[in-house]
Structures are given as C-alpha cells and as structure tokens.
Design a protein around this ligand. Structure first.
Ligand code: NAD
Ligand code: IPM
Ligand code: MN
Length: 369
C-alpha cells in the first residue's frame, strides 16, 4: 500500500469519462515512475443521490477528511435539476468544500502554444498567457446567512442571499495570493466592487493592510470586478495573480477559460489550512461542469481533469517533476494536433476522449523511455 491517499469522486455526466483518463495516467505513474497511490473511489452528486438519497454522505465526507487529496470530476445534470435545493447534486460539492475548509481555489489559465488558434480571441491577445485566478471558496454569497425563499404577508415571494466576509476570511485567501505571486511575476490584482458593496470595502481595506504588514515586496493593485471582466478579454496578459471573492471568482474564471481555448482546459486546486501534522486538505477538480450536452458521447476533453491531477502532484504530493511530465505530455499531444471537438480548429479532425487518452499514454511512454 502507498502512503499517498487519493479519493476519487467521478460524479456525473462527463465526470466519470474524464476521470477514466486520470485513472489510466495513475496506472502509468505506478508502472513507469514507481509512484503509487492508495486510490479509493466513491460517489458524489447525482450518482450519490441515486444510490443514497443525498448528494454526499457523511461517510464520503469522512473519507475526504482522511485522505491526502480528493480528485473530483463534476456534478449535476438535468435529471436532478428539479430536486429541492438542499438535495441538489451541487450541494454535495459545496458541502465538501465547506467541511474541508478549502478556502483558496487556484484556477490557473494557461494558453498552450498549440491552442493559440483555438481561443475565440485574437492570437496576440492570448499567446503566452499564464495567469492565476484565486477564488475565495468557502464564504461570500455562496454561504452567507440569512438565505432562503420566503412568502411575504402580501403573498409575494422573496429570495434572499447574503454576501458576507470577515477579516480573517479575507486575510487568509489574500495571503495565499501574495505567497503565490512571489513564486510567479510578483503581482497581485485584488478584485471586488468596493464602489457598491460594504463587503468589497472591507475586502480592499484588509488586503491593503495585510500587504503593508507582510507582503510589501509584492506589487498590489485593485480593480472593480466589472472592469476586470472587461480587462480579461481586452488584455489578459496584464494580470499575474487575481484574488477575488467566491461569486466573482466563479464568473471570472469561466471567462478566463476561453482565453485558453476551452473550458475543457482549465484545472483547479482547492486548498485549506496546513494542520498540526503539516498536512493541507485539498481537492482538485476541473473548472467545468458535467456537460450534459455531450455526456456519454466520447467527446469530453479530459485535459482539465488531468491537469487538476497534475496540480495535486505539485501542491499535495510534492512531486513537481511528475507534474511537469504530465503537463509536458499534454503540451506535446496538443502540438501533434490531437484535439477533442471543443478545441478543434477549422480543418482539423476531432478525436474522442479515448483516443486522446491513448495518445497521452503513448507520449508519456516516449518521454519516460
Ligand atoms: P458545463 O461546464 O457543464 O458546460 C458548459 C459548456 O462547456 C457545455 O457546452 C459543455 O459541453 C462544454 N464543456 C464543459 N466541459 C467540457 C469538456 N471537458 N470538454 C468539452 N466540452 C466541455 O456547465 P453547465 O452546462 O452550465 O452546467 C451543467 C451542469 O454541471 C449543471 O448541473 C451545473 O450545476 C454543473 N456544474 C458543475 C460543476 C462542478 O462540478 N464543479 C461546475 C460547473 C457546473
Ligand atoms: C464551479 C461550479 C460550482 C460553483 C457549482 C457547481 C456549485 O460552477 O466549481 O465553478 O458555482 O462553485
Ligand atoms: Mn463555475
């Protein structure tokens, strides 16, 4: 048995399809790199609802608490859309993030050279792009109280959600951003709407204070979220690290995905605090969802999920060379022209998820030879 405990939660839709690719690469790592994992697999999302009546069970949360890293595919789909709110597949993912305390969600948007033409933006806008969006993941309007739907005395209904941030919530995610910036181009852009939201005013004040106290060597700028959305498609290379709240981070990272060619390219790492034993709870997942429109057709791009696994090698398992190897293999198969439909350029033939996977394994074999 290995001392690297990995919990795989494939989830719904294309989740199990893209996770199949990762399982093959995990087998390859064992075979060719003598890097083994103790892999457990369980249900989350609609799959867990169908079997257990809940989008994640306590037993699964326990397993997630007690492994080194969780690797998650995607949750959700039309089959479960009409369930009451608390039982929807998405609640399973949100509970995992909250219970594991995964407050820092790293979403790197990197444009591989071979995919410059796959972006809907002009090549010169995206060529060489390498930005890191850090999304706060356990606070804000996703979890704020009060929340709910109520009926007013006059018979009208009212839906309520609350945007809340505390000093410590802001400081800990900003610290992650400053730390990471130091290992990159040393620039952080903090994004909120301090012009209309008090939580944004506090966000800006606390980020500025922390910067002055501990990170004054890092270049800090501030931007309103609406302007940031515009700047991301106008001139994305102006950014190095962006740090922002839960909801803005969700939207800005989907927008950033298109800079890389496809949502099917964007990986993520969700990290918590380092505990007494020096371990940091972590969950890795692609930024995309269960893509019901293409599920079961062998069309899913597995690279976002594979790159998420590579992030686990870097951030949890301290295997940076193996992470590099996988990222290089991705780069090489793309350079050879292998494309799932979402990243296909005109005049190119698309390949299936399975063919892409085989090509990745062949490439890894070649690189390790
Ligand atoms: P989505 O990300 O599933 O799909 C958006 C579009 O991108 C679709 O056209 C889809 O085909 C395409 N796409 C996404 N991933 C792809 C991939 N790997 N390869 C090729 N094409 C890909 O978003 P949606 O359609 O808004 O949501 C569908 C379901 O997924 C919903 O139930 C939603 O709540 C859920 N969702 C889950 C997660 C998650 O588990 N982390 C994230 C986003 C959405
Ligand atoms: C994401 C997704 C999730 C979110 C949903 C599925 C809960 O869109 O991971 O980006 O909104 O955080
Ligand atoms: Mn999202």
């Amino acid at each position: 048995a290995s001392n690297r405990k990995l919990l795989i939660l494939p989830g719904d839709g294309i989740g199990p399809e893209v996770m199949g690719t990762v399982r093959k690469v995990i087998d390859w790592m064992d075979r060719r790199r003598a890097v083994s994992f103790d892999v457990d697999e369980d249900l989350v999302g609609g799959a867990a609802i169908d079997k257990h009546g809940a989008p994640v069970t306590d037993a699964t949360v326990d397993k997630a608490m007690n492994c080194d890293a969780v690797l998650l595919g995607a949750v959700g789909g039309p089959k479960w859309d009409d369930l009451p709110f608390e039982r929807k597949p998405e609640r399973g993912l949100l509970r995992l993030r909250k219970d594991l305390g995964l407050y820092a969600n790293l979403r790197p948007a990197i444009c591989f050279d071979a995919l410059v033409e796959a972006s809907t933006l002009k090549p010169e806008i995206v060529a060489g792009l390498d930005i890191m969006i850090i999304r706060e993941l356990t606070g804000g309007v996703y979890f704020g109280e009060p929340r709910g739907i109520e009926t007013l005395p006059n018979g009208e209904r009212r839906g309520v959600n609350t945007q809340v941030y505390t000093t410590s919530e802001i400081r800990r995610v900003a610290a992650v951003a400053f730390d990471l910036a130091r290992k990159r181009s040393n620039r952080v852009c903090s994004v909120e709407k301090a012009n209309v939201m008090e939580s944004g005013v506090l966000w800006r004040e606390e980020v500025t204070k922390l910067h002055g106290e501990q990170f004054s060597d890092v270049e800090l700028s501030h931007m309103y979220a609406d302007n940031c959305a515009m700047q991301l498609v106008r001139a994305p290379k102006q950014f190095d690290v962006i740090v922002t709240d839960n909801l803005f981070g969700d939207m800005l990272s989907d927008a950033a995905a298109m800079l890389t060619g496809s949502l099917g390219m964007l990986p993520s790492a969700s990290l918590g605090d380092v505990d007494e034993s020096g371990r940091r709870k972590s969950l890795y997942e692609p930024v995309h969802g269960s893509a019901p429109d293409i599920a079961g057709q062998g069309k899913a791009n597995p690279l976002a999920t594979l790159l998420s696994y590579a992030m686990s090698l870097r951030y949890t398992f301290d295997l940076p060379e193996d992470a590099d190897l996988i990222e290089q293999a991705v780069n090489n198969v793309l350079a050879k022209g292998l494309r799932t439909p979402d990243i296909m350029a005109s005049g190119m033939a698309a390949v299936s998820t399975a063919t892409m996977t085989d090509a990745l394994i062949q490439e890894l074999d070649k690189m390790a030879a």
